[in-house]
Design a protein around this ligand. Structure first.
Ligand SMILES: [Zn+2]
Length: 404
């Protein structure tokens, strides 16, 4: 006897990165895992005899729970004032003088209590969850000292403590230079490698380590140092790579077997080839490309031809992607980057799971995986990427239990 069975549904299983459609399907869950997936006609008996609870989906679609694999969800304040100044014609230098930019977010995040950070992040997280997100990655990176980075990671862990969503955390101590280390980048990297990483590892606050390697962040040499320190602590790595210029970030990420290299607008072909060989996922972030009015598209054709798995995420952050809508990102990935709706959906399910090291348990509707899935009022799966500003999510199931 299974715990629950869902009948009268159409499934997009996302097996092998395709829609994997099963119409007139049934899906059973037992002890938090998917126990059976297939056509209703192939069920080995009557639903009421097979499971303690029977849920009639009334013709809705079911997809794996969506996974937002790149967010800066925990932060204080926002950059709306800066946005307004810029649109009134202020230059970047004038905005910096008025106290805007990442330095402002760092100061506000350092000053905020854990309670305040939980409150503001919870509101953003709720919007993601309302759109079918059941797993979210959260980065630190606005503390930029050991205590404040650990505070951010504790808050991220607490967001997942209710059990309503799975949270994976990444230490992004090497996000930007804090003001007290201006012109002393190597000394700051010493702090990240020598103090921050060991403290975070000891407290088990991070599932991965991330770095911004770019003209606006850290050099390839500095990135390598952080990755070596992470490897010594057996923490997997990710990389903000080649967003503003080609720094060979894609190849560097691949060289360290990174789970993912993210952004990639300026990535070169050798880097893409190296990613394919290393199994590093390309995480594309159309919200940042849109908000910054990017001129350089990520190399989607190269990623496809080399067989690099493509994930999509919100990059939810105050400065360059103030969005907590994963469905809007699906649309933007198609309209701006030319992904197909099927590729976009794979980007927030199976490939996003891969980018978080969760592919064995999450991201597809297959027997044995965690029973996290979303129900949708749609006629076909392409609608998830097609509609702008609509939310057809009719509910989520987490670990086999119906949620909000
Ligand atoms: Zn980011």
């Amino acid at each position: 006897m299974w715990d629950s069975i869902w009948i009268n549904a159409h499934l997009a299983t996302l097996r092998d990165g395709k829609y994997g459609v099963i119409r007139r399907a049934a899906l059973a869950a037992d002890q938090g895992r998917i126990a059976w997936v297939g056509a209703r006609a192939e069920l080995p008996g009557e639903p009421a005899e097979l499971a303690r609870e029977v849920h009639d989906c009334a013709g809705r679609w079911i997809t794996p729970g969506l996974i937002d694999c790149h967010t800066h969800l925990v932060h204080a304040g926002n950059c709306a004032r800066e946005f307004e100044l810029r649109l009134q014609g202020a230059s970047a230098a004038e905005i910096a003088r008025s106290g805007g930019g990442i330095a402002a977010t760092v100061q506000e995040t350092r000053d905020a209590s854990e309670m305040e950070l939980i409150r503001s992040a919870s509101a953003r997280l709720k919007r993601l969850m309302d759109e079918g997100v059941t797993t979210v990655e959260v980065k630190s990176g606005y503390g930029l000292d050991t205590a404040a980075e650990m505070k951010m990671l504790r808050v991220a862990r607490l967001l997942g403590a209710s059990g309503a969503v799975t949270v994976r955390t990444s230490l992004l101590g090497a996000h930007a230079l804090p003001p007290e280390y201006r012109d002393k980048a190597d000394a700051y990297v010493d702090l990240v490698c020598g103090e921050m990483l060991p403290a975070v590892a000891e407290a088990q606050l991070a599932d991965a380590v991330d770095v911004v390697c770019d003209s606006a962040g850290f050099s390839p040499r500095q990135t390598r140092r952080v990755f070596e320190a992470a490897a010594a602590l057996r923490l997997p790595v990710k990389l903000h790579a080649d967003q503003y210029s080609d720094s060979n970030g894609a190849a560097l990420a691949a060289c360290f077997g990174a789970l993912s290299a993210d952004h990639l607008e300026y990535a070169n072909e050798a880097g893409v080839r190296a990613m394919a060989e290393a199994g590093t996922v390309a995480v594309l972030l159309p919200g940042a490309y849109y908000f910054l009015r990017g001129k350089q598209l990520p190399p989607v054709g190269l990623l496809r031809s080399h067989g690099v798995p493509i994930a999509i995420a919100t990059d939810c952050n105050p400065g360059s992607s103030p969005s907590s809508s994963i469905l809007l990102m699906l649309n933007m990935a198609c309209t701006l980057f030319g992904l197909t709706p099927e590729e976009a959906l794979a980007g927030v399910t199976c490939n996003a799971a891969l980018a978080l090291g969760l592919a064995a348990t999450h991201g597809t509707l297959e027997a044995g995986k965690v029973a996290d899935f979303a129900l949708w009022d749609i006629e076909e799966p392409a609608e998830l990427a097609y509609a702008l500003g609509a939310n057809p999510c009719a509910g989520v199931v987490r670990g086999g239990r119906a949620g909000a």
